[in-house]
Design a binder for this molecule. Structure first.
Ligand SMILES: O=C(O)CCC(=O)C(=O)O
Ligand SMILES: [Fe+2]
Length: 399
């Protein structure tokens, strides 16, 4: 397949955060890495700087990306424009906001998310996502930053002086790193460089539509939960287009391989862990994988530590029709892949006569039903799971 390489994006800028004149906040101290011998998932490393290089280097990074997104669905990105000191500052902020004194109890009430209506903006209290009921403690506290946090001033007062930094980070992830990943994915599908960028997020603004940046902390498991809980965040695919997580040292994240085995995501200081969500799997007719993943309890030597995690979820235009891009040369060449999980579920929904969902509908349904307890129990390879159906997609949680 002939692909014309054009340079439509300027070289990746370096993210700079403005800390001048602000009250100091506590430094986040990275916990030590685990010494346990775990089954790690080998992830390919995508050097984003190569995209600003020669045509051969650009071809090389495209191939790495293609191998990763058609196999593991997860990859590590380096040279993304956020150096170690800047990333330390982002983690200082995330740790202070979710695990420090950035919010009073009144702030937590005032800015609490509206989960019942599928609106996740704001503060997520530590309940509702675990294996137990919705009102039970689940160890995870988070703040979800959407564009409306700035537009409608939905930021707790102590956080406001730092809002420019959070926005600059979110902007960098979405409009610089995200845009380059869309460019690579467009080339992989045989489309023009800007095709997915124009089609999926649809406008060049900071955090367009429902894209958001989440700061979160997973508190150490309580003693009574250590023996029983395996998953802190049940297994799922992300419902957006792409996700970026700066690698952090507490090992909890696992991904499901094609062989149906769970493996740990390795820690690589300074890299971004990246994965694709449902949107990319459906648009690509199942060729690009939205890989199932989960957050497990950490290995024994890390169980006393807080785990700070920063997630950038890049979403699509609410009106984007979630259906394969039939004209993409790679889809024509390989054909759609109905055995792919999310795309397969989409095909079944079409066969039942359901209408093609818009991303906005898909997202609201998924948000509302996320981590919904269920009454149906099934066995997968002899392992008991709970099953529930979200937007036509069957979601399994190992018990
Ligand atoms: O915290 C992590 O490592 C991953 C979280 C995640 O998968 C999610 O929030 O969708
Ligand atoms: Fe996820």
């Amino acid at each position: 397949m002939a692909v014309t390489i054009t340079n439509t994006v300027t070289p990746l800028p370096k993210l700079k955060l403005n800390t001048a004149g602000k009250d100091p906040i506590p430094k986040w101290v990275p916990p030590p890495e685990t010494q346990e011998d775990l089954e790690w998932q080998d992830l390919r490393v995508l050097d984003l700087a190569l995209l600003d290089g020669t045509p051969e280097q650009q071809k090389q990074v495209e191939q790495t990306c293609k191998d990763a997104v058609t196999n593991e669905g997860f990859l590590l990105i380096v040279n993304h424009g956020v150096d170690d000191n800047t990333m330390q500052r982002v983690f200082d902020l995330a740790n202070w906001i979710c695990n420090g004194d950035a919010m009073s109890d009144e702030d937590k009430k005032e800015y609490e998310w509206d989960r019942e209506n599928g609106d996740w903006m704001g503060y997520k209290p530590p309940k509702g996502w675990g294996e137990k009921g919705r009102e039970d403690y689940d160890h995870i506290e988070a703040y979800n930053f959407y564009g409306a946090c700035w537009e409608k001033n939905r930021l707790p007062p102590k956080i406001r002086p730092y809002a420019d930094e959070i926005l600059a980070y979110a902007d960098h992830m979405h409009n610089h790193v995200g845009r380059r990943l869309y460019l690579l994915l467009s080339r992989i599908l045989g489309l023009s460089d800007e095709a997915l960028w124009q089609k999926v997020p649809g406008k060049n603004s900071i955090l367009p539509h429902s894209s958001y940046c989440r700061f979160q902390v997973y508190h150490p498991l309580k003693d009574e939960d250590r023996a029983t809980a395996d998953n802190i965040l049940p297994n799922h695919t992300d419902h957006g287009a792409t996700t970026f997580l700066p690698s952090q040292p507490v090992s909890c994240l696992q991904i499901l391989g094609k062989d149906q085995k769970w493996r740990w995501v390795p820690y690589r200081k300074g890299a971004l862990v990246c994965n694709l969500g449902d949107v990319m799997e459906i648009l690509s007719g199942g060729i690009l994988k939205a890989t199932r993943h989960r957050v497990c309890k950490p290995p024994a030597d890390q169980q006393g530590y807080e785990r700070v995690s920063v997630c950038s979820f890049n979403h699509a235009d609410q009106d984007l029709a979630l259906e394969p891009l039939e004209n993409a040369p790679l889809i024509k060449q390989l054909g759609v892949q109905r055995d792919s999980e999310v795309y397969g579920a989409f095909c079944k929904a079409m066969e039942r006569g359901e209408k093609i969902p818009k991303f906005g509908e898909w997202k609201t349904l998924r948000n509302k039903n996320a981590q919904e307890p269920t009454s149906k129990f099934v066995e997968i390879n002899g392992v008991p799971h709970r099953e529930h159906i979200v937007g036509g997609v069957k979601v399994y949680r190992q018990i």
